[in-house]
Design a protein around this ligand. Structure first.
Ligand SMILES: Cc1cc2nc3c(=O)[nH]c(=O)nc-3n(C[C@H](O)[C@H](O)[C@H](O)COP(=O)(O)O)c2cc1C
Length: 225
């Protein structure tokens, strides 16, 4: 009989991880295999509108240090793409439900400011991930290409899972675009759209205990036969 976890397919198995082993780098060939697979993502007329930068090794350590220093100076986040001011109520509810469960799994109490601060520092230092993938887009492009970039990001996290590397797409990873522009030589004509952290998860960390839920199939998908 199959173990239930082993029987899960790639899509059901993948989840975001929030604590990686800092001392276990991803081999360059594995990184290249993941990115090669992610580059198979479809795009409008095969325009492939993504431009991708991967930071690892000492480059990533420099970025991590600069991020933590900016965070400690209380420098405000300054993403190229503005953050939504509000969400429709029913989406906000999903987000809150997800956060409550995540904090419960992490063992972080609402009132425990010290633990919450540690969690924020974990976020801003890329969860100790060993590779950071920054996905950029030419400024002149439209929402159609932004959708293609989202598809690429989805392929990327699944490709990572396929190659037994864990991941998390992370808003926090592009919180200080000026640092990334400088350290990765990203030109001004590119917008930093999203960042995905990769690494080998610390499996027994409470930061990795949470698994997110999904709405039921028939609530989200309208089949009309
Ligand atoms: C654009 C984007 C930004 C995200 N930013 C963060 C983040 O800054 N910190 C974090 O812990 N998770 C972040 N996530 C992960 C989501 O919380 C996660 O994908 C969602 O809760 C669903 O869980 P799953 O990925 O485990 O299926 C982000 C996901 C996306 C797609």
């Amino acid at each position: 009989m199959n173990h239930p976890v082993e029987s899960k397919n790639l899509f059901q198995r993948r989840k975001s991880h929030r604590k990686f082993d800092k001392n276990q780098p991803i081999p360059q060939t594995t990184l290249e295999n993941i990115l090669t697979d992610a580059l198979r993502a479809p795009s409008w007329s095969n325009t492939q509108p993504w431009e991708v930068f991967v930071a690892a090794g000492s480059t990533l350590e420099e970025i991590r240090e600069a991020y933590l220093a900016a965070f400690d100076r209380s420098e405000p986040y300054n993403t190229d793409v503005p953050v939504p001011k509000e969400w429709p109520e029913y989406m906000q509810e999903r987000s809150i439900r997800n956060s409550i469960h995540m904090f419960e799994c992490m063992g972080i109490d609402r009132e425990d400011e010290k633990a919450r601060e540690l969690n924020r520092r974990n976020n801003i230092s890329f969860f100790d991930g060993t590779a950071l993938v920054i996905i950029c887009q030419e400024r002149s492009l439209t929402d159609w290409s932004t959708m293609d970039l989202g598809t690429f990001a989805g392929y990327l996290v699944l490709a990572a899972e396929h190659h037994e590397v864990q991941s998390v797409p992370a808003f926090n990873s592009i919180a200080y675009p000026q640092i990334l522009r400088e350290k990765l030589s990203i030109p001004d004509h590119l917008i930093l759209r999203s960042g995905v952290v990769l690494g080998y998860a610390v499996e027994d960390s409470p930061y990795n205990e949470h698994s997110s839920e999904r709405e039921a199939l028939h609530q989200m998908v309208h089949f009309l036969n």
